[in-house]
Design a protein around this ligand. Structure first.
Ligand SMILES: Cc1ncc(COP(=O)(O)O)c(C=O)c1O
Length: 397
């Protein structure tokens, strides 16, 4: 036993069926074909490096499964989370579109990077609401591709995360409300001030730009496929906020692997389980109230509607994880289990791994999730120490 404390809850999605085809409506949103040019572009950005896929063999032995793969996004582009891929890519797409709409031929992202349109883009402002990581990506993209940036954060976003966005020259505005309120304020201010909202969540009347954000995440998934060298995992545990990254994981692997795709398990905080509740209700429903959780990136009360389109019948299991599991799992990764690699993982990076460990160590959950000693489990460590002060506190607690 690894002595990770905590509890899980589980809802098996009655709509999931491994024989279901990946439909055309989903392909319109996200597909392997649509992902290809995205990956080609992102891999040309300055500082691009594939992130590591660790095989945690000793951990796998300890929890009696065949392998645990951990995709470590903690170093992604120096921004320390997979979110670097989405927001910045969507900023580039918006700027390309604007230049094309002004009568020029659509420039390549490389031309934007070379600063060829800086003059024209100087007065353009992109904006969003964020828990931290998405905003950091938008701010970085705005600086890299040459436009202005205003970011809205809610009352619980740490000072460290705020400063990280300011470091990319973004104006950062803190509000008194929660995440969903910051989304609404960013949206209304953008309408008033003619800013372009680049959000990682979609909602009625705002359904286009988040498609590019989610497509950006596929660069990480393409890396995983090449790193697995032909192997297909049996299970994926992925953490859920608004469902964007889960929908990328779901759609990309469903399109790529069809019926052989892994069993997909989405893991959320107990107080912010909008995906699990939506599955139970059979339609998107919101969690209201405090959304209190240490897992800041997952403190979302409303599902992204685009994500839900893919997740509704693509996710096999919706789980929640208790707060007390988070810091011990971060500590386990920081120390490295046995001979396994040591990894710096933030609070929102570990829920998938924590849930996999707790489930594999419980006969009830092994049965519920079909985990056996042959299972090859993939988890995505979606962030590193994105708030270094908090990280140190948690791993030394
Ligand atoms: C580190 C990290 N992991 C996971 C997520 C969840 O992503 P999504 O909101 O797309 O479900 C977030 C969201 O901000 C995040 O920052």
């Amino acid at each position: 036993m690894l002595n990770i404390p905590g509890t899980l809850s589980h809802y098996k999605n009655p709509l999931a069926d491994s024989a279901l085809q990946y439909g055309d409506a989903n392909k319109e949103l996200l597909s392997v074909a649509k992902a290809q040019p995205v990956i080609a572009s992102i891999s040309q950005w300055p500082g691009y490096q594939e992130t590591a896929l660790h095989g945690f063999s000793d951990l796998a032995k300890a929890i009696n499964v065949a392998q645990v793969y951990y995709k470590d996004e903690g170093q992604r582009f120096g921004l320390k989370s997979f979110k670097a891929l989405g927001g910045a890519y969507a900023v580039a797409r918006q700027l390309q579109g604007l230049i094309a709409a002004s009568g020029h031929q659509e420039p390549s992202i490389e031309q934007l990077l070379a600063g060829e349109f800086r003059e024209q883009l100087r007065d353009i402002v992109v904006s969003c609401a964020t828990d931290g990581n998405h905003g950091r990506s938008v701010a970085w993209g705005a600086q890299m591709f040459g436009c202005g940036c205003v970011i809205y954060i809610h009352r619980d976003v740490s000072e460290g995360r705020k400063q990280a966005m300011q470091a990319f020259a973004a104006e950062v505005i803190r509000i008194d409300g929660n995440y969903d309120e910051s989304v609404r304020l960013a949206d209304s201010e953008a309408k008033r001030l003619q800013r372009i909202i680049v959000s990682d969540t979609s909602y009625a009347g705002y359904m286009e730009i988040p498609k590019d954000v989610t497509l950006g995440y596929t660069a990480m998934l393409a890396e995983i496929v090449s790193q697995l060298q032909g192997e297909i995992p049996s299970h994926i545990f992925i953490q859920g906020g608004v469902g964007g990254v889960a929908s990328a994981v779901c759609g990309y692997f469903w399109d790529l692997w069809g019926e052989r795709r892994p069993r997909l398990i989405v893991v959320e905080p107990e107080q912010a389980n909008c995906l699990q509740l939506s599955a139970k209700a059979g339609k998107p429903v919101a969690v209201t109230g405090e959304l209190q959780t240490l897992m800041a990136g997952l403190a979302c009360g409303e599902v992204s509607l685009l994500a839900w389109q893919i997740l509704a019948d693509g996710v096999d299991d919706f789980m929640t994880l208790s707060e007390q599991s988070v810091a011990p799992t971060m500590k386990l990764l920081a120390q490295g289990f046995g001979q396994d690699a040591k990894v710096e993982a933030g609070e929102s990076a570990v829920p998938g791994l924590a849930a996999a460990i707790l489930a594999a160590e419980s006969s009830e959950y092994r049965e519920k999730l079909g985990l056996t000693e042959q299972s090859r489990v993939l988890v995505i460590g979606t962030e590193g120490a994105t708030d270094p002060v908090l990280y140190q506190q948690l791993i030394s607690s």
